[in-house]
Design a protein around this ligand. Structure first.
Ligand code: TYD
Length: 203
């Protein structure tokens, strides 16, 4: 089973992915916890190119190519081998992030994102957990982390609001694949809801 986690910056999805991995492992499942951009040595190198530096370092089109290149490598080297071994793959962000961040945020490039996705990736997660979150709270959490990877957080609150709405639209568009979880609760409460959504779909 291939499960992705999506949400705006600071939504707590990375924490939730970790909590779910621990819980599934405790239940005896073999789990691979991974992330995008990154998740394989080559894709981690691309991660540095896209997440560090000036917000205008790349055009939106170039970004789509870079994120898709990273995803292709991640899929080939990490995700597909793990799925073939019968493991549960938990991925912190996947193609829905590109549909959102590159497809919607800086002009309407969703068609370009989808075309490249079907050409080079061609697969969706079995389940996407969307941690829905008030953008003001998400942003203050993200800022508090103070890492070098600030390019996207630098876009600010207005973009985060657009993102939240955009993720909810994606959840409606791909409804059977999505579980939308309210992230504005304690981490334990959110974790319970995430686990329930996964449990309901495990074969
Ligand atoms: P990350 O460290 O995963 O932050 P977060 O914990 O908030 O998810 O940083 C990933 C950043 O990259 C995030 O701002 C979203 C952005 N991103 C894209 O713009 N497109 C993509 O396809 C992916 C996977 C991420």
């Amino acid at each position: 089973m291939f499960i992705s986690f999506e949400g705006i910056d600071g939504s707590g999805k990375s924490t939730q992915a970790r909590l779910l991995a621990a819980r599934l492992e405790a239940e005896g499942h073999a789990v691979v916890l991974t992330r995008e951009p990154g998740g394989s040595p080559g894709a981690e190198e691309i991660r540095r190119l896209v997440l560090e530096g000036d917000p205008d370092r790349w055009s939106a089109e170039t970004e789509i190519l870079l994120f898709t290149a990273a995803r292709r490598d991640h899929l080939e080297r990490t995700i597909q081998p793990a799925l073939a071994e019968g493991k549960i793959v938990l991925c912190d962000r996947f193609a829905d992030s590109t549909r959102m961040y590159q497809g919607i945020s800086r002009g309407d490039l969703r068609g370009t994102v989808d075309a490249l996705h079907s050409l080079m990736i061609g697969r969706e997660p079995d389940l996407t957990v969307l941690i829905d979150m008030d953008p003001a709270k998400g942003l203050s959490r993200a800022k508090a982390r103070q890492t070098a990877e600030e390019r996207f957080e630098d876009f600010g609150l207005e973009l985060q609001q657009k993102m939240r709405a955009g993720f909810l639209e994606l959840a409606a568009e791909f409804a059977p694949r999505f579980a939308v979880i309210d992230g504005d609760a304690t981490p334990d409460t959110v974790a319970e809801q995430v686990f329930a959504a996964v449990k309901a779909r495990l074969p």
